[in-house]
Design a protein around this ligand. Structure first.
Ligand code: SF4
Length: 581
């Protein structure tokens, strides 16, 4: 399998080990998913750019393959440093499994007295799941990168190199890391909890800062882009970042808050990244299109079209679709487009601050189908705060109108139309105005009266059944629904604290299921996923400082209930959330 992967891949970096620091870069999911993650690729490039480092990738093995590095087939126990790139909470148990299977002590406390060496490595973690809420996996890490890797990695490894030469003890090294902005050393913080499981205090020790300020890349001369290419990737294309963050302020979206301020890279930086694509590349994925101006998009699309390249993207904002852009997308061979209304009704879209009305959606669909893009995918969340069956009725009515709008256009072209409604259960995320609310869309009263995780599952399943009945009445629409039980795990991990680490280990090693592990460790799924939080409650993720104030998030939650619109970011003038000073 390893040989097949390497044979199909270009961009692999191979370096001699002699005289270099070996670093294993772990992605806790399978190769096709790992190699489709631009952040993972960027860290691979960033580490290997340093002459003194040899960085090799280790992905979650499939079909019983051994856990070894891709480049030189070495086990984890050969590396004195492990870097983990982790973007999704559902990869947490896989990470625990890889550490446990790697022949090393998985918990930082078990390595604390050992000098940094192969078999007792320094474990550095980063990625969006880490800087949203590092706590569930914090007990496995020596140091965690809070924010974007580029501005901190060089300093981190320079410091490591200096200390290595001086043979500093691990604890001295960790203390030195504490002085770097964006570096969190979990073992230097202790948390206490009350009888209900709420965090009561977070105490830093040994000179660690009270809160760890995140770090971000303010600007760049070259936009982030793919360096690895393979047809085995889940997303096989040359990825280029148009910017980071998003200016829209959707209230459910953690990325929209923790990547603030929103940044659009300069045109020259994007062109430079595009110029670096290998000749054989035929498809380009532009990341961050939600934020980009339609004129900018149209310009890049024209440019790519001129060179005979096809375009790809994850989803388009319905109000950003222009006629020109749609034609260019269709010309580039795109057969399906995803649009995310996110909320089932116009009222819910006001609650989440999505700022999209039905007319925007219908107009976008008309343009796409006219241009010959005949598969429309719509993404909607279920279980949003204040949602009722009436909102689902409105969704079904909107789907029927959408079908009536686009079907005649497709028929005129003598073509069949395909529509997919993809429904995902909403998960309340840290650092968002919805961080105080319950999984399952339960009101405060409903959540407090049941005290059982089952109440959220029952509410979601009822809505799924109801929606299924409604959608079945509309021909040509396929419904895809996630499993609320599976998403409950994510809802627990996303606002979880470090008491969850043994649960992840139980799950990762196959010793117990999620439910059994929670029970065995005396932890309640309701407590993490459903218990409504007070506006002044202390959260474990507040050991970090993302710049967004709690007061702003609580105020935004109130604005959600009042269905009030909040304007997008204007980084030159606005100071309201606390990030731009
Ligand atoms: S201060 Fe204003 S412009 Fe800056 S990130 Fe916050 S909301 Fe956006």
């Amino acid at each position: 399998m390893r040989a097949d992967i390497l044979a199909a891949e270009s961009g692999t970096i191979r370096k001699k080990w002699k005289g270099r620091l070996p670093v294993a870069l772990i992605y806790p999911n399978t190769y096709p998913i790992a190699v489709s993650n631009l952040g993972f690729q960027q860290v691979y490039g960033l580490l290997n750019r340093r002459e003194e480092i040899v960085c090799e990738r280790v992905v979650y093995p499939e079909n019983g393959a051994p856990l070894r590095s891709l480049e030189s087939n070495r086990p984890l126990a050969d590396f004195p440093v492990l870097c983990v790139s982790i973007s999704f909470e559902h990869d947490f148990p896989r990470l625990a499994a890889m550490l446990a299977a790697g022949g090393i002590a998985p918990y930082a406390a078990e390595r604390s007295r050992a000098p940094v060496a192969p078999g007792a490595p320094l474990i550095i973690m980063g990625g969006v799941a880490v800087f949203m809420n590092p706590e569930p996996i914090a007990p496995f890490a020596d140091v965690m990168v809070i924010g974007e890797a580029e501005p901190v990695f060089d300093d981190l490894f320079i410091l490591f190199g200096e200390n290595r030469r001086g043979r500093l003890e691990r604890q001295d090294l960790l203390r030195a890391f504490c002085g770097l902005r964006g570096c969190y050393v979990p073992s230097f913080y202790s948390f206490s909890y009350d009888a209900d499981g709420r965090v009561t205090t977070i105490e830093p020790s040994r000179g660690a800062p009270e809160r760890v300020e995140r770090i971000y890349l303010p600007d760049t001369a070259e936009a982030g882009h793919s360096i690895l290419f393979t047809d085995k990737a889940e997303l096989s294309m040359y990825m280029v970042e148009l910017g980071r963050g998003c200016s829209r302020g959707c209230r459910f979206c953690a990325a929209g808050f923790i990547y603030r301020p929103p940044r659009l890279w300069p045109k020259e930086a994007i062109l430079k990244a595009l110029d670096k694509r290998p000749e054989q590349i035929r498809r380009i994925g532009l990341l961050g299109m939600e934020m980009a101006h339609s004129e900018t998009l149209a310009e890049f699309s024209r440019l790519l079209h001129r060179d005979g390249l096809a375009l790809s993207f994850s989803s388009l904002r319905a109000d950003r679709i222009t006629g020109d852009l749609v034609c260019l997308l269709a010309d580039s061979g795109l057969k399906s487009v995803a649009i995310a209304p996110d909320g089932a009704s116009e009222r819910l879209r006001r609650v989440i601050n999505k700022g999209l009305c039905e007319d925007d959606l219908l107009a976008a669909a008309r343009q796409l189908v006219r241009a010959g893009i005949l598969h429309l995918k719509l993404y909607v969340m279920l279980g949003l705060p204040t949602e009722t069956m009436r909102d689902l009725d409105e969704l079904a009515a909107m789907l029927a109108r959408l079908r009536e709008t686009v079907l005649p256009i497709a028929r005129k072209q003598g073509r069949m139309m395909e529509m997919t409604l993809s429904v995902n259960s909403f998960v309340p995320k840290p650092w968002t105005p919805f961080q105080y609310l319950s999984y399952g869309g339960l009101s405060r009263r409903e959540a407090l009266s049941s005290q059982e995780a089952a109440s959220a599952l029952v509410a979601l399943k009822q809505k799924i059944r109801y929606l299924r009945r409604m959608v079945q009445k509309i021909p040509n629409i396929r419904l895809r629904v996630d499993r609320p039980e599976r998403v409950l795990e994510q809802a627990v991990f996303s606002r979880g604290d470090r008491r969850l680490a043994p649960v992840l280990m139980d799950m990762g090693t196959g010793r117990r299921t999620f439910r059994q592990a929670m029970k065995a460790r005396g932890l309640s799924r309701w407590q993490y996923a459903i218990r409504p939080r007070d506006a002044d409650e202390l959260f474990c993720w507040q050991v970090l400082d993302h710049g967004v104030t709690s007061g702003y998030l609580a105020q935004e939650m109130q604005r959600a209930f009042a269905e009030k619109k909040t304007a997008g970011c204007d980084t030159l003038l606005c100071k309201r959330c606390g990030v731009c000073r």
